[in-house]
Design a protein around this ligand. Structure first.
Ligand SMILES: N[C@@H](CCC(=O)N[C@@H](CS)C(=O)NCC(=O)O)C(=O)O
Length: 224
């Protein structure tokens, strides 16, 4: 099957699909587009104008969770668990990862201190809720890397920039989440899902939001 992944260099949802493809060792072509100037051909295959879109033999599949499920259906090894109930629970945590991404968006978009602190507090709660759910490691459900791991690798990647500027979203007491985050960062499929210039691009992206986090990154504001 001919697989083309329509992508954006910063998109965390794209990274899920890249991680799944890399875990499966599948040949594919990644095509990065400019989301600020969407090509007409992209709008024709993406009903919501969002990345990622997978073109499978030219047929568009959209929504990252759906793309990952489809890749899991057609390519070995299985990343979803076999057990129906466990698989349903994994799907829930993948949705949860999307909600954490929205909260991260709230953090880097916050224009005043109150909104910033509300987003930071919510993020810490979101990570705390994971602590009793994460297994004994190294991955979400133990030894086997799953699609939940593919969804959280891109979530944790944001935190490297934030941590470097004293904005800590994962409290130190969350030892299992912290170990999981480290294991994901070391997984080749996760590490390689973005280009070498990703940190610089993310920094520029946050600075362009002009919010509280941008001011912290620029050294103009300090955390109280
Ligand atoms: N629910 C979608 C979310 C995808 C998404 O939000 N993509 C962003 C980039 S990370 C996008 O394409 N935004 C462009 C736009 O909304 O115009 C998925 O899981 O695939």
């Amino acid at each position: 099957m001919d697989l083309k992944l329509i992508s954006h260099p910063l998109c965390p949802y794209v990274q899920r699909a890249v991680i799944a493809l890399e875990e499966k060792g599948a040949p594919y072509e990644r095509i990065d587009i400019d989301l600020a100037d969407k090509p007409a051909w992209f709008k024709a295959v993406s009903p919501l104008g969002k990345t990622p879109v997978l073109l499978a033999d030219g047929q568009p599949v959209f929504e990252s969770a759906v793309i990952c499920e489809y890749l899991d259906d057609i390519l070995a090894p299985r990343l979803h668990p076999q057990d129906d109930l466990v698989r349903a629970r994994h799907r829930g945590w993948i949705e949860y990862a999307s909600s954490v991404l929205s909260t991260i968006g709230g953090l880097y978009s916050a224009q005043d201190k109150a909104a910033f602190e509300a987003a930071l507090g919510l993020l810490r709660e979101r990570f705390a809720a994971l602590e009793p759910v994460v297994g004994e490691g190294p991955y979400f459900a133990g030894a086997d890397f799953s699609l939940v791991d593919a969804a959280f690798g891109p979530v944790f990647r944001y935190l490297d920039l934030f941590d470097a500027h004293g904005v800590h979203c994962v409290p130190q007491a969350l030892v299992k989440v912290t170990a999981w985050r480290r294991a994901l960062a070391e997984r080749p499929s996760v590490a390689g899902a973005v280009a070498a210039d990703y940190p610089e691009r993310l920094r520029d992206f946050v600075l362009r939001r002009g919010g509280v986090l941008a001011r912290i990154l620029a050294g103009e504001a300090a955390l109280a």
